[in-house]
Design a protein around this ligand. Structure first.
Ligand code: FPP
Length: 235
């Protein structure tokens, strides 16, 4: 169907709150609708043949939100895994988590660990949930990990760092760089998402709110991407 698909698609799923408000619903209901969009996106991604998809589900800055909303998001994640994990596994999807485990509620940490463990040998589609994720925090954490490993392995902590060694310590390893970043709901910023990985990504912004981001919206974004001429700094 596509001559040129992004090897890694990343999505900032924005607009759940506005979608809910426009319908007189609670913000939590907006996130619930957003979670259904994730479900449909998985089907579309498999059908289209996408290989790596990262979703910004909860940022390191989202802890500033009211507790009720935070609880609603993690409880949706728990339900999603309860309801979908066996289908996800049988369809060959591998679940990954990018972000810090600290602060994530215990039940959600177990759910994520269970999903990651069960699906670790699946190869059809990598679905990466970015939860308690911040791009700057990820970069700092990668440096810490490099230094810790060097100390453990009795290497010089001051040895010159290669791009390969650094990237192997990012949360997203072994996912490839992002080719296409989609942000829904009209904002045109990257909000601390995959800062290292989007170095040469094409950026696609749509006014559509995340709960309304259906298969045809995804196709539109991929058709737009297909026409991009990517030079990576060359001619
Ligand atoms: C941004 O919209 C959305 C989030 C911060 C949360 C995203 C969460 C989900 C899509 C559901 C979680 C479910 C699973 C399965 C992980 P916003 O609330 O900032 O929207 P607004 O800008 O319109 O207020």
């Amino acid at each position: 169907m596509f001559s040129n698909l992004p090897n890694h698609l990343a999505i900032i799923m924005d607009g759940n709150g506005r979608w809910a408000t426009s319908k007189g619903k609670s913000r939590s209901e907006g996130h619930e609708a957003g979670s259904e969009t994730i479900d449909q996106l998985m089907d579309s991604a498999l059908e289209i043949g996408l290989k790596n998809v990262s979703l910004y589900a909860f940022s390191t800055e989202n802890w500033k939100r009211p507790l009720k909303e935070i609880q609603a998001i993690f409880s949706l994640l728990d339900d999603f895994i309860d309801k979908k994990l066996s289908t996800i596994h049988s369809r060959g999807i591998r679940i990954l988590h990018s972000g810090s485990k600290s602060k994530i509620p215990g039940k959600s940490t177990s759910q994520i660990d269970k999903a990651v463990r069960l699906t670790e040998n699946n190869t059809r589609l990598n679905l990466n949930f970015c939860l308690n994720y911040g791009g700057q925090e990820e970069i700092l954490n990668a440096f810490d990990r490099v230094i810790e490993k060097r100390i453990e392995e009795k290497q010089s902590p001051g040895k010159k760092l290669s791009q390969k060694e650094f990237e192997e310590n990012l949360y997203t390893y072994p996912l490839p760089p992002v080719d296409l970043l989609i942000r829904t709901a009209g904002e045109q910023r990257v909000s601390n998402f995959l800062l290292w990985q989007i170095a040469y990504a094409e950026l696609y912004f749509t006014e559509t709110l995340w709960p309304d981001f259906n298969r045809s919206e995804l196709i539109q974004a991929l058709e737009w991407y297909e026409k991009r001429i990517r030079k990576f700094g060359g001619l």
